[in-house]
Write a protein that binds this ligand. Structure first.
Ligand code: NOJ
Length: 595
């Protein structure tokens, strides 16, 4: 949605109090149905060798921190060989580790250490495109039009008398055209190749059996090394509509609408809701599902305890997204509708109910998420005017978030999320309440979006800043070097792990408590029913696993305190007063009496 448009009001049906919206899992449900998975962004988590870029040995050394935090698994963004034009989402070799991150032996050691600690490991799979430095793309450039080498990608002749116009009007998600023209071996201007993302990320042709075989082999390669699953990048993009027809809607995934006319050219919600119409010819085509059924068979062949696929699919409405997690397909799909829901009780209630219902309809768990490496961190997002659409990055000179308000709401929203039945993803640093870096100098920005839009769209660097482990020292304990690849904002020193560890009321201790209670009460496998404490400004629900009385969760999204229901407070996201009220922007979990 364009950054100047306002979110349109929707009319929401009042949720039925007492109604069970979601039934509990059986106690022997597989691990992934309720797992809390921590996303590590490898270049920004821990830097063992001091070159300013995080690495696998750094991750391995810090894994005990995650055991203490209380998560079940980690997902690592790509660490494969890459020229890094899109921070590793441009893969040149799917079977090797980029030297900046370490070696294959380091990957093996990381997986082994995680398993020793009882943590499962998911890696990232990037199947929509390779890097332009992948050997396949080099071979395609060297080969002639119509060759088997070109057929692995989406090469087409151009339109116009001399083929000088791109084959269709599709823009790139990052800005600019979605096609680039190559120079043929004889030096003449030649065919065009499709890249829905950066020019260095050519889209693969998923109609080609060699492409299918290759990715099944890559899945096996990492399964054989012991990984427990894959987060699948752009899972809704692999197959394009036959004939590659022109498209006049939006293609953006990360907030801004990018059209041929540049970002934010469209303000019409009908156009913005492109996926709701099912019309976008580059997204959510029926053919993707067959691919995931074949992958599921590969993973299932490894037997118990089950290796998983998690879809990164920006698909609307929820019923369309649920099709990715039908029984023979993927296990999880990120609930981006939840992530995009502003701080508003009615909207939160509605999205929780509708997403549980649509996933339940296919027997899948719902996968909750509030932050990742592509969106403004929720501690900052929630400190912005909630009536405005999400922005893609924030920079100096733009309206700045209210940091205290954002953090209060982030803690409350996370406390709500971690009580919900299903799985949840936690993005590195959210357990510290880290804000977005909103004043980063433009000349250090690396997101291709920033450059492809001639600096019009700020992009995602602000959520990718290296972790602060200590309040002082080089790069705040990120590594022994003084120069992390992106600068850390001043606020990070006070939020470092060593400033919060063991400190009552800190965000880190809040997350540890939430995760411990979630595990003790098996909330991830619980049922969910709405509670009478709900109101226009209050979300209230009960979650209970089989054989456990469960917890009552109450979140006040309003500006004024509300009456706190009776009951023992198990955890609160912020200070409570003695007046028996629940302050603004606060979540509590209350013990529910047994019987
Ligand atoms: C989604 C990833 O999360 C994002 O970081 C990346 O730029 C695009 N896919 C393209 O691979």
């Amino acid at each position: 949605m364009g950054k100047h448009g306002r979110v349109t009001e929707t009319t929401l049906a009042p949720a039925a109090v007492g109604a069970t919206v979601h039934a509990a899992d059986s106690p022997d449900a597989p691990w992934w149905r309720d797992a809390v998975i921590y996303q590590i962004y490898p270049r920004s988590w821990a830097d063992a060798d001091g070159d300013g870029i995080g690495d696998l040995p750094g991750i391995t050394a810090r894994l005990p921190y995650l055991k203490d935090l209380g998560v079940d698994a980690v997902w690592l963004s790509p660490f494969y060989v890459s020229p890094m034009h899109d921070a590793g989402y441009d893969v040149a070799d799917y079977r090797d580790v980029d030297p900046r991150f370490g070696t294959l032996a380091d990957a093996d050691a990381m997986i082994a250490r995680a398993h020793d600690l009882g943590l499962k490991v998911l890696v990232d799979l990037v199947p929509n495109h390779t890097s332009s430095e992948h050997e396949w793309f080099r071979a395609a450039l060297a080969a002639a039009p119509g060759s088997p080498e070109r057929d692995r990608y989406v090469f087409r002749d151009g339109r116009g008398p001399h083929g000088e116009e791109p084959p269709n009007n599709w823009p790139s998600v990052f800005g600019g055209r979605g096609w680039s023209r190559v120079t043929e071996a004889d030096g003449t201007p030649g065919q065009w190749y499709l890249h829905l993302f950066d020019t260095t990320q050519p889209d693969l042709n998923w109609h080609n059996p060699e492409v299918r075989a290759e990715f099944e082999s890559v899945l096996r390669f990492w399964c054989d090394r012991g990984v427990d699953g894959f987060r699948v990048d752009v899972a809704h993009g692999l197959v394009k509509r036959d004939g590659l027809p022109d498209w006049h809607g939006a293609v953006g995934l990360y907030d801004e609408v990018l059209t041929e006319d540049g970002p934010d050219a469209v303000g019409d919600p009908a156009v913005l809701d492109h996926n709701a119409t099912g019309d976008a010819p580059m997204w959510d085509q029926e053919g993707v599902h067959e691919i995931y059924r074949s992958w599921r068979a590969v993973l299932d062949s490894y037997g118990s305890p089950g290796r998983i696929l998690c879809a990164e699919a920006w698909v609307k409405p929820e019923e369309r997204l649920a099709r990715y997690v039908r029984p023979a397909e993927m296990h999880q799909a990120f609930n981006f509708d939840f992530l995009e829901t502003p701080w508003d009780a009615a909207r939160i209630t509605a999205v929780v109910e509708s997403s549980l219902r649509s996933n339940d309809a296919v027997g899948a768990p719902t996968t909750w998420v509030l932050s990742n490496h592509d969106v403004v961190r929720h501690a900052s997002r929630l400190g912005l005017d909630q009536s405005l659409p999400r922005t893609n990055g924030i920079r100096a000179g733009e309206p700045q978030p209210d940091a205290a308000l954002g953090l209060r709401r982030a803690r409350a929203y996370s406390a709500l999320m971690l009580a919900l039945p299903g799985g949840a993803y936690v993005y590195q640093g959210e357990e510290l309440g880290l804000p977005e870096h909103t004043t980063m100098p433009d000349d250090v920005r690396q997101d291709p979006t920033f450059h492809a839009t001639q600096r019009e769209v700020t992009g995602r660097d602000g959520c990718r800043v290296p972790m602060p482990w200590t309040h002082d020292g080089p790069s705040l304990g990120f590594g022994p070097g003084d120069h992390p690849w992106l600068p850390q904002p001043e606020a990070y020193a006070g939020l470092a792990v060593d400033q919060q560890d063991g400190v009552e009321g800190s965000t880190l201790e809040l997350y540890r408590t939430l995760l411990r209670l979630r595990r003790e009460h098996r909330l991830g496998g619980g049922s969910l029913a709405w509670d009478a404490a709900a109101s226009a400004t209050v979300v209230a629900f009960r979650v209970a696993a089989q054989g456990d009385p469960g917890v009552l969760v109450v979140t006040n999204t309003g500006a004024d305190p509300v009456t706190l229901p009776d009951g023992e407070v198990l955890v609160a996201s912020g200070p409570l007063d003695d007046a028996g009220t629940l302050p603004a922007d606060t979540t509590v979990w209350l013990r529910v009496a047994a019987g």
